[in-house]
Design a protein around this ligand. Structure first.
Ligand code: SGN
Ligand code: CA
Length: 526
């Protein structure tokens, strides 16, 4: 059921003729900022114990912060395809990162463009096929690189010298400086950071060195009570590549002991590509910082938990330095918007393509339906329409972003959209809002990190997950008593009726969202 533009164009254009001049512009400008893998636990508006992010926080302070925002499928391409189309992965066809986006579908930028908006996307795209529905697009190739990245600008490849987060922000500002005066704009600002392999800007190297970051209480999770999916993944920090992830030199004659989610791969080879992109000066600053760290590491000869803690500290500090650059660049964008008097009539939305593990369960990466990967930061400001300082607790989804944007642009929301506009939400819990969310992850057995296929339901209090494909196992969590999801109570006899009612509710959600494809469930004796 892919909806083509032509089908709905008549309806939309019939409703809203492009205005000849937007001098007395009533329709707001739209900026959607999507970072890559930015965990809520690394945003101070969400009470981060790790970092201050004043510019991101400002969006929520001057508007609304959603405390229970989730994705429908915790992976980059799929999450972006959901935002583009307003429908679940099983309907838009982009289930995992090996898929290719069907760009003939009706995406929200196409709708906005038809309705007279100037539309642009800069930064990470990751949907394989060319962006459609944009007056301007200037995107990274695939994941892109942190240093001196190649961009595809309206079809032409160009290498730009500098640091990705700065360059993407430069592109955003340039795009706004050269856009037509007589149209409202919609800009998608898609940062690459803080995606793996977490390479900080050289100017930020060492910014967190004087601090020891707090360790998550479940860094040493042993996965007892859980399914084989939790035990058999390849997401553990202790298995990170020393070279690629932690930027250590590998001594001659030794090979990188990490698997990094790619069993049998060589972490040193992985890092070569990044290292070779540096300019002479960048390389010098990089080596000056990491070489002494590397030397000290081998001298210490750590083992067991101290080694794992050391790896966690290295990982988290590089990750946070990437976040710092994102936040500073948002400050730079805001300064531009203020200078051009664009802050007042612009709706700004900040989110991440999915959540991320920052050591919880011993992990990095995402994919699982567990809280840190499922949840996303979501902050939105819209002066005059959303009063400052709202905090909303309803369960919203990335699926809701598209209808929200269309409603803000005073356009009808296509009937086949599966989310709801969040514009009416404030600090009070909205009683008519959804009481449960549906999730489905697919990238297995091919792909990285070995997270098994699963789908599930999350209510305000409980979460039920079914892992399928090469196993057939269930997990049930009580998020009130067990917020870190350490105790699977699926087989607990006293929870039988809860389990049954959640199973029924999950089946109902599958029907409601039209996810009725047969699961390749295979029972295996373990
Ligand atoms: C790359 C990363 C993985 C990551 C996926 C998906 N490895 O393959 O760690 O899970 O992207 O990320 S890397 O060696 O290339 O860094 S996503 O955000 O694009 O979905
Ligand atoms: Ca991502």
């Amino acid at each position: 059921m892919r909806i083509q533009l032509a089908l709905l164009a008549g309806l939309i254009i019939g409703c809203t003729q492009p205005q000849s001049s937007e001098k007395a512009q009533t329709r707001p400008n739209i900026i959607l900022i999507v970072t890559d893998d930015h965990a809520k636990n690394a945003v101070s508006a969400y009470g981060s114990k790790l970092i201050r992010t004043p510019n991101i926080d400002r969006i929520g302070r001057e508007g609304i912060r959603f405390d229970n925002a989730f994705v429908t499928n915790s992976l980059c391409g799929p999450a972006r395809a959901v935002i583009q189309t307003g429908i679940y992965s099983h309907l838009n066809g982009f289930r995992d990162n090996n898929d290719s986006f069907d760009n003939t579908q009706l995406t929200f930028p196409k709708i906005l463009k038809e309705a007279g908006y100037f539309t642009a996307v800069v930064g990470k795209w990751h949907l394989v096929t060319e962006p459609k529905g944009f007056d301007y697009w200037d995107i990274l190739i695939d994941q892109g690189t942190y240093y001196n990245p190649d961009f595809v600008k309206m079809g032409d490849t160009i290498r730009r010298e500098g640091y990705a987060t700065d360059l993407i922000t430069d592109l955003a500002i340039q795009t706004l400086s050269t856009k037509p005066e007589d149209k409202p704009f919609c800009l998608l600002l898609h940062q690459k950071a803080p995606h793996r392999n977490f390479m900080p800007n050289v100017k930020h190297l060492g910014v967190f060195d004087s601090v020891t970051m707090p360790i998550p209480i479940n860094l040493f999770d042993d996965y007892s009570t859980r399914s084989a999916a939790a035990r058999e993944q390849d997401l553990e920090i202790r298995k990170m590549f020393l070279a690629y992830d932690l930027k250590l030199k590998i001594p001659d004659g030794m090979s990188d002991p990490g698997t990094g989610g790619f069993k049998g791969a060589d972490g040193e080879k992985f890092f070569e590509g990044d290292y070779n992109r540096f300019t002479k000066e960048q390389r010098m600053l990089w080596d000056n910082y990491y070489k002494p760290i590397s030397d000290a590491f081998y001298k210490q000869n750590l083992k067991g938990r101290p080694l794992e803690e050391w790896m966690y500290q290295r990982y988290i500090k590089d990750y946070l330095a990437c976040v710092l650059s994102v936040d500073e660049n948002i400050g730079r964008l805001f300064a531009y918007l203020e200078d051009k008097k664009l802050m007042e009539n612009t709706i700004i939305i900040y989110t991440s393509d999915q959540g991320f593990f920052l050591g919880e369960h011993g992990w990095y990466d995402k994919r699982f339906m567990y809280e840190e990967s499922l949840g996303i930061p979501l902050l939105m400001k819209y002066p005059g329409k959303i009063s400052a300082g709202q905090v909303n607790k309803n369960m919203v989804l990335n699926l809701d972003i598209t209808p929200t944007i269309l409603e803000a642009a005073q356009l009808p929301v296509p009937e086949h959209y599966q989310g709801k506009s969040m514009l009416g939400l404030g600090s009070d819990v909205e009683p008519g809002w959804r009481k449960s969310i549906y999730y489905h992850y697919y990238e297995f057995p091919y792909g990285v990190h070995a997270v098994k296929k699963h789908y599930g339901i999350r209510t305000e209090r409980y979460k039920l997950i079914h892992f399928y494909n090469d196993i057939d196992e269930w997990e049930l969590y009580d998020l009130k008593n067990d917020p870190y999801e350490m105790k699977n109570i699926y087989t607990d006899q006293s929870k039988a009726s809860l389990r049954d009612s959640l199973t029924n509710a999950l089946n109902d959600l599958r029907i409601f969202y039209k996810d009725t494809i047969k699961l390749e469930t295979a029972n295996k004796n373990r």
